[in-house]
Design a protein around this ligand. Structure first.
Ligand SMILES: NC(=O)c1ccc[n+]([C@@H]2O[C@H](COP(=O)([O-])OP(=O)(O)OC[C@H]3O[C@@H](n4cnc5c(N)ncnc54)[C@H](O)[C@@H]3O)[C@@H](O)[C@H]2O)c1
Length: 377
């Protein structure tokens, strides 16, 4: 297959992962980067040997087929719209959009122009999550009836040098980290039917702990402590706790309960980790990893932990899907349904009632070890 020319808009924190990891994938040729802050674009371009462009020039560049939107959540809709209007395929970081209407407008624009539109997260394509998926699909724990998902810590202002977006509408633990959890639940269990939640804000201010703005105080403008209940179309009911107000807890990231057994699924913010399984006799046992290539440790994170990081896998799957004329897994429908779940969680708390969702989606196709290998260079 021929490679797609890839450009990036948004040269902040996460762009480093995309620039570092794109060369792993045979369908991607990362050629140029842009940012409203030209010096940020120049710094990344120099570090990774690609062109630095203005946003306008990147959108006009004839060698760029797909543009990745790595701007802040508040800019996702406008930047993705500009990418599509420029006649290029678009792939956005999460959260895909901040309203269902925005998502539908982008869906219609992409359809009218015959362009693909995809969105992170792609961590559900990781080895551990695909192992859990294949166990569920094979009936190893029976029909899924319940589960828990917990993503709780004390927030992002300690490490991110510009943490403003985390505490503005569009941020908060549900819209920022929720996408990993909600998307993985959809790929494991299927679409969500209704949600109910309570959301609170414990700390009105946050103090930046790293970088040039260390010591600066931010006002918190979105809930930071959320407890939600998700009802799935297959009848399963799953608890989701997402908080940046918690100093410590003992819950596992994700547990899935079936009629004949249970699974512990590792953190869906990452591609790898160990799946644990229990049968009708109880007692969880760790499972050996499969030969899935997206579960293999390939780098260390900032804290020195070994990680399997294959960010760009969803983008590479979309590029390959364009070539093969098949649907891509990190699809608009999946991303929009996940956004609907997350926004409805916040709305449910505001209105103090359960809400039925207005969107749905198909479970994304599983990604087998062979299909994952075929994406790699
Ligand atoms: N930082 C992470 O670890 C991480 C991980 C996964 C996903 N994400 C997601 O990636 C996105 C970016 O996060 P980040 O941490 O890199 O943010 P960041 O603030 O470090 O970088 C964002 C960059 O986008 C640029 N930008 C903002 N608006 C723009 C516009 N309209 N046009 C062009 N450039 C614009 C900014 O100048 C900045 O350089 C967010 O949606 C976030 O949720 C971040």
């Amino acid at each position: 297959m021929s490679k797609l020319g890839v450009g990036i808009i948004g040269c902040g924190n996460i762009s480093t992962s995309y620039l570092k990891l794109a060369p792993l994938f045979k369908s991607l040729d990362l050629r140029a980067v842009a940012d409203i802050n030209m010096s940020a674009a120049r710094a990344k371009a120099e570090e990774f040997g690609v062109r630095a462009e203005t946003v306008e020039d990147l959108l006009k560049a004839s060698d760029i087929d797909v543009v990745v939107n790595l701007t802040i959540p508040d800019a996702h809709f406008a930047v993705t719209k500009a990418i599509l209007q420029a006649g290029k395929h678009a792939y956005s970081e999460k959260p895909f959009v901040l309203s269902i209407d925005e998502g539908k407008e982008l869906r219609d624009l992409a359809a009218a122009k015959g362009l693909r539109l995809g969105s992170a997260p792609d961590t559900f394509l990781g080895g551990a999550h695909q192992q859990a998926r294949s166990l569920i699909d094979a009936g190893e724990i029976g029909r899924v009836i319940g589960g828990t998902a917990h993503v709780m810590n004390h927030g992002m202002e300690g490490w991110h040098p510009n943490p403003d977006f985390f505490y503005n509408p569009g941020g908060g633990p549900v819209l920022d980290l929720g996408p990993y959890y909600v998307t993985n639940l959809i790929q494991l269990v299927g679409p969500v039917k209704s949600v109910g939640a309570l959301a609170t804000t414990t700390f009105a201010e946050r103090t930046i702990g790293n970088g040039d703005r260390k010591g600066e105080t931010l006002t918190v403008k979105t809930p930071t402590n959320i407890h939600a209940l998700l009802e799935f179309h297959n009848g399963a009911t799953i608890t989701l706790s997402a908080s940046w107000d918690i100093w410590a807890h003992t819950h596992r990231n994700m547990e899935i309960y079936g009629e004949t057994g249970s699974l512990i699924v590792p953190d869906p913010n990452f591609f790898g980790g160990t799946v644990e399984k229990a049968g009708e006799q109880g007692g969880f046992a760790p499972l050996d990893a499969t030969d899935h290539p997206f579960g293999v440790t390939n780098l260390k994170d900032n804290a020195g932990n070994d990680r399997a990081n294959y960010r760009c896998a969803g983008l590479a799957d979309m590029a390959t899907a364009i070539d093969e004329g098949r649907p891509h897994r990190c699809s608009l429908e999946l991303a929009l349904h996940a956004v609907d779940v997350m926004l409805s969680i916040l709305k449910s708390s505001d209105e103090r009632r359960m809400l039925d969702l207005t969107t749905t989606c198909d479970q994304p196709a599983a990604l087998s070890p062979d299909e994952a290998r075929a994406l790699l260079a």
